[in-house]
Design a protein around this ligand. Sequence first.
Ligand code: FNR
Length: 183
Amino acid sequence: AKYQVLAVVGGIAKESLNKKFYGAMKELAPKDFELATFDISTLPFFTQDMENDPPEIVQDFKELVKACDAVVFITPEYNRSFPGVLKNALDWPSRPYGQNLWKGKAAAVTGASTGSIGTFGAQHHLRQCLAYLDVDVMGQPELYFNASKAFDENGQIKNDAKKLVTQYWEAFEKHLEHLHIAE
Ligand code: FNR
C-alpha cells in the first residue's frame, strides 16, 4: 500500500457505534490505504512520571504513530467534547516536550452518533488540539456520521452512507497527495 493509515477510534464500548463506523470505513477505504488501529483503552493514564520511559504498550502505540503516514480520528461526542480516553491517547505521543510524534502528520477527523449533527462538538474540540499539535487536518468534507440511519437490518452500510464515506476517503487521498505524503 502507498499509505499507512492509523485509525484512532475514540469509542471503546463493545457495541460502540464508532467502532462499527470504523469497520465500514475500513471496507470502503481506497486500495492505496492500509489501515491499522490500536485499542486505546489499553493505554494507562498519561503521567509525566512515565513520559521518558513509558510502559511497553505505550511504546507500541508511539511506534505506530511514528510509522504511519496519516491518521484518521473517529470520535464519539461526550458532553460536547471528545472522550477522555482519546485525549489520553493524544497526550502520550505528544511527550516528552519537544518530541511530539503527531507533528507533521496528515489527518482527518470524523465521528459517529445517532443524530445528524452529533459529534460536532467533539470533532471541533479535537481539531483545536490537533492544530496545536501541528497536525495537517483535512478541512473538507466534514463527516458527521449518523449511524442510526446508515445501516440496514443486516448491518450492511446503505448506499447514501456509503457515498459519504467514499467521498470522504477520496478527499483524504487528495489531501495526502497535496501534502506530498507518498514516497
Ligand atoms: C454521550 N452522548 C452524547 N451525544 C452527543 O451527541 N453529544 C453529547 O454531548 C453527548 N454526551 C455524552 C456523554 C456521555 C458520558 C455519554 C456516555 C454519551 C451520546 C453518545 O454520543 C453515544 O452514546 C454514542 O453512541 C457513543 O459513541 P460509541 O461508544 O457508540 O462509539
